[in-house]
Ligand binder design. Structure first.
Ligand code: SF4
Length: 231
């Protein structure tokens, strides 16, 4: 963990990530990143903007996102000069109902996440070599078990530059570089995904506990299904 006085160490870590990204590009690799456009996404997006603003920043606009998240993504694209590309689900919402007429997030959230988050990203993986993915080890046991580089599906390589960062480092980097926070954070939302599957932070524990609350689910599939060997 980095202390408040270790700003040089934090910047050195960021510089190393920037250098690594330059290395991929210099080697002719097709690089992309994904973002959920939360406050915690800002350091990596800022580093991407330092490297090459043409690097595609994909996000899956599931149709269930909070309008404030979509607006925040648009504002960040302007502010950092990012090449933000929204992806849309291939399957229309009318075909995303269960037999009782409910949306799948109520009865089969894994399939809902597959249709709305994972499937739209599959063609992107086929077209690129390197997926820069901002997962952090302190977010979940699944993420803590990840390596810095891992094979993804469709021949892509995942690069996890933020794996060793924690929420305090993210906050400090944001403050150092005057990066904004998601507008819903002040309302008590610390981990923000789709509206039906997100609630305000609960207790003192992991911020992601407020996602899919009451369901036996902690990941949307981007970090499980799209890892090589994922299912
Ligand atoms: S987070 Fe919820 S609403 Fe969004 S795709 Fe997954 S199950 Fe569906």
């Amino acid at each position: 963990m980095v202390g408040i006085l270790d700003s040089k160490d934090l910047e050195a870590r960021a510089d190393a990530i920037v250098e690594r990204l330059h290395g991929y590009l210099d080697a002719g690799k097709q690089v992309f990143t994904t973002s959920s456009f939360q406050s915690q996404s800002l350091p990596l997006l800022h580093m991407i903007s330092r490297v090459n603003r043409d690097i595609p920043v994909y996000y899956t606009n599931t149709g269930f996102l909070f309008p404030k998240t979509v607006q925040f993504a648009e504002e960040l694209a302007d502010r950092l000069g990012l090449n933000v590309i929204p992806l849309r689900p291939e399957v229309p919402k009318i075909k995303q109902m269960d037999r009782a007429g409910r949306f799948l997030y109520a009865s089969d959230p894994d399939h809902c996440c597959y249709l709305n988050k994972v499937q739209p990203l599959e063609p992107v993986l086929r077209e690129h070599d390197i997926w820069v993915n901002g997962v952090r080890g302190d977010q979940s046991s699944v993420r803590a078990a990840m390596a810095e580089e891992e094979h993804a599906q469709f021949g892509c390589l995942r690069y996890h530059p933020m794996l060793e960062w924690d929420s305090r480092m993210v906050y400090f980097y944001r403050k150092t570089h005057d990066l904004p926070e998601h507008p819903m954070e002040a309302e008590g939302y610390l981990s923000i995904g789709c509206e039906p599957c997100t609630m305000k932070a609960i207790g003192d524990g992991n911020a992601r506990n407020a996602r899919w609350f009451g369901m036996n689910k902690t990941e949307c599939g981007l970090n499980t299904t799209l890892v090589s060997g994922g299912n």
